[in-house]
Design a protein around this ligand. Structure first.
Ligand code: NIG
Ligand code: FE
Length: 415
């Protein structure tokens, strides 16, 4: 078959080995590394990849040949944990943080998530749409072509629905593919502070509406001290599972209170944060094939020093992925490249492990590995092109946007 375009002479192409499940252990540090590589694209799909001159049968009269000498190609990056749709911002909490106030102290005083809930409840669909659209534009600039987006700043149905509808519309309008997560249980509303079980009941009542309107594939909950207990998390996620939702859970971020056990018991797709995970918790994730989604930008932004034990998790056989956690409080950034660099600098992951984490393993975490996450024939032609000679340079030269172009569904959307 003839290609529409062939991108040629990459100094390096990084292509993960898609083994039909998230990569773990030694396989996490392996990939196809192609020197002087080419990528042939037909319509919106990958037609072939290889090294040297592209095969004659790929080239027809109308095939466009584009030279990428000196550059590196990888699958489009996937940011598989974000809280993208929100109103307002929280830079005023920064001074409190510098003065030593902890994340949970700020939340207890009615700030934190609750402050963003107020701004989000007050924001119109258009305001949320424009704000999120801008974040997605930045993300695309940094090489992200798919992302997960959580609700959770509504704490009531009307606002949760608006957040999810914004994500749904942007999935249609923006080049980045969005996978939605319903996170109705993100904090306890002020008026139910002492009645959080009642709030869990309210969130359970929202689940069928989310399903009917096809507003989210996943359900998530903040299982944490001062938020929701492991029992409450189990109750909500079991109800979600019964309705056909796939599950994720914010677990062991600040304290280890049983969220990992809930993830393993209910067969969640992924457990997220895990800064405080125990060795026993790591074994449980490995046994239950729950992906560990670690968010080193949050540790950095909370000015803490406990990074999730990513190396231990890989060695124990847990599928690991990395993401930004982009949100207005605990991690205000969309810069996935910086997160990848933190994965190496602070968690000692190799560049190959880091790129596998944000491509193929992230694709499994959003349940899209059949279409994205690697550059195999037939997958979407989503490609991040770095202005670097290899992937090692893209980790080593940190905190700079190293993207040179981005292809989404075979079209060059950033050049
Ligand atoms: O993942 N942990 C809970 N939720 C977010 C923070 C949200 C916020 O502070 O607005 C997180 O860290
Ligand atoms: Fe989060």
């Amino acid at each position: 078959m003839q290609a529409d375009k062939i991108l040629v002479h990459f100094s390096q192409i990084f292509n993960p080995n898609d083994q039909g499940k998230p990569l773990t252990k030694e396989a996490m540090n392996e990939a196809q590394i192609i020197e002087d590589g080419f990528i042939a694209i037909k319509d919106d799909k990958i037609l072939a990849i290889g090294s040297g001159e592209p095969d004659a049968e790929l080239q027809g009269e109308n095939t466009e040949i584009i030279d990428y000498s000196g550059k590196t190609a990888t699958p489009g990056l996937i940011d598989c944990h974000t809280h993208l749709v929100y109103g307002g911002s929280r830079e005023h909490e920064f001074a409190q943080k510098l003065n030593g106030a902890s994340y949970l102290e700020i939340l207890e005083q009615g700030g934190g998530i609750l402050s963003t809930v107020e701004s989000t409840q007050a924001a119109s669909f258009e305001e949320l749409y424009d704000k999120t659209n801008r974040l997605l534009d930045y993300m695309l600039d940094y090489g992200v072509t798919s992302a997960e987006a959580k609700s959770g700043y509504g704490l009531n149905w009307e606002t949760e629905k608006r957040q999810l509808e914004v994500a749904k519309k942007l999935n249609e309008d923006h080049p980045i593919d969005l996978v939605s997560t319903f996170m109705g249980a993100h904090a306890i509303p002020k008026d139910l502070r002492d009645n959080s079980d009642v709030f869990i009941d309210q969130v359970i009542d929202m689940l069928p509406k989310v399903k009917e309107e096809n507003l989210a594939e996943f359900c998530d909950i903040f299982c944490e001290t001062g938020n929701f207990t492991a029992d409450q998390s189990h109750r909500l996620l079991q109800a979600a599972k019964d309705l056909g939702f796939k599950l994720r859970i914010h677990a062991d971020e600040i304290d280890s209170i049983g969220g990992v056990d809930v993830a393993a018991e209910l067969g969640a797709t992924s457990a997220e944060h895990l800064m405080k995970i125990t060795d026993d918790g790591i074994d449980k994730l490995a046994e239950a094939d729950v992906i560990a989604n670690v968010l080193p930008g949050t540790t950095f932004s909370l000015m803490e020093d406990t990074y999730a034990p990513a190396r231990k998790m890989i060695d124990a056989g847990v599928g690991l992925t990395l993401s930004t956690d982009c949100n207005p409080g605990s991690c205000p950034t969309i810069n996935i490249q910086f997160i990848m660099q933190l994965g190496s600098f602070m968690m000692q992951l190799t560049p190959v492990e880091v790129f596998n984490a944000v491509t193929i393993n992230a694709a499994y975490s959003i349940d899209r590995a059949d279409t994205v996450g690697s550059l195999d024939q037939g997958k979407q032609a989503d490609i991040a092109i770095f202005d670097t000679p290899n992937i090692d340079y893209a980790i080593y030269f940190f905190a700079t946007n190293l993207i040179s172009s981005v292809y989404k569904n075979g079209q060059e959307v950033i050049k």
